[in-house]
Design a protein around this ligand. Structure first.
Ligand SMILES: Cc1cc2nc3c(=O)[nH]c(=O)nc-3n(C[C@H](O)[C@H](O)[C@H](O)COP(=O)(O)O)c2cc1C
Length: 199
């Protein structure tokens, strides 16, 4: 198990997976970490649908590809660097995500939380999940593009109307080392006492 800061400094989106399967106990450890995230009013509204079934995984990837082809790519092309656009395209349309042996649909149970708090109560759990995956030697990616086809996504994994998908996370062993994430230093984003006074 890795030191926390080593994990944080290494965690990034994995878009190429080895076909190696995952044992349930590995998945359970990652999900257990996810559920130690904070949530508004401690309502813990997270719902995880762990998809191993190959046919259903393929349907999830097909849906992501449809969302990409139906406008996701055009939207991203105007916003992402060429390198990131190519990486995302590889994951969604180039088969990178398809190799992942597990896909986790993370959803919110709207009966457990105020609507205004849904993303803020779900994404900390998703980040814990991704960090736990990194600490376990696994790759993961926080993706949301499939949620733009919300009705189809819900149908694919039988979500009731009151449970709303927020993210789709492919999980598995990375096909190759990812290299370090590229990040701007925190100091450029930080102010002392009031905005405009540099760190
Ligand atoms: C809200 C959110 C939505 C994202 N959606 C997608 C997505 O649909 N597809 C994808 O490949 N990556 C997605 N990402 C991953 C980002 O592209 C990635 O975190 C960012 O480019 C940093 O890259 P790194 O993880 O390689 O350091 C998403 C990340 C966030 C936080």
């Amino acid at each position: 198990m890795s030191d926390f800061f080593t994990v944080v400094h290494a965690q990034r989106a994995c878009r190429d997976f080895a076909p190696t399967g995952l044992d349930d106990d590995v998945i359970a450890r990652v999900l257990d970490a996810a559920t130690f995230a904070p949530s508004a009013e401690n309502r813990q509204p997270w719902v995880f649908v762990v998809v191993r079934d190959a046919a259903r995984r393929a349907q999830l990837h097909d849906l992501a590809q449809r969302a990409w082809d139906a406008g996701g790519r055009d939207f991203a092309a105007g916003r992402l660097s060429a390198g990131l656009l190519a990486d995302v395209e590889h994951g969604i349309a180039g088969g990178g995500y398809r190799a992942a042996p597990v896909v986790i649909v993370v959803a919110a149970d709207t009966k457990r939380c105020h609507p205004a708090t849904i993303p803020a109560s779900i994404f900390p759990a998703v980040q814990n999940l991704c960090l736990a995956a990194q600490a376990s030697g696994l790759g993961s990616a926080l993706t949301t593009i499939t949620t733009t086809f919300a009705a189809e996504l819900a149908t694919l994994v039988d979500l009731p109307d009151t449970v709303v998908a927020q993210a789709v996370v492919p999980l598995g062993y990375p096909a190759r080392p990812l290299g370090p994430p590229r990040r701007e230093g925190f100091a450029g984003h930080t102010h002392r006492d009031r905005f405009g006074v540099p760190w």
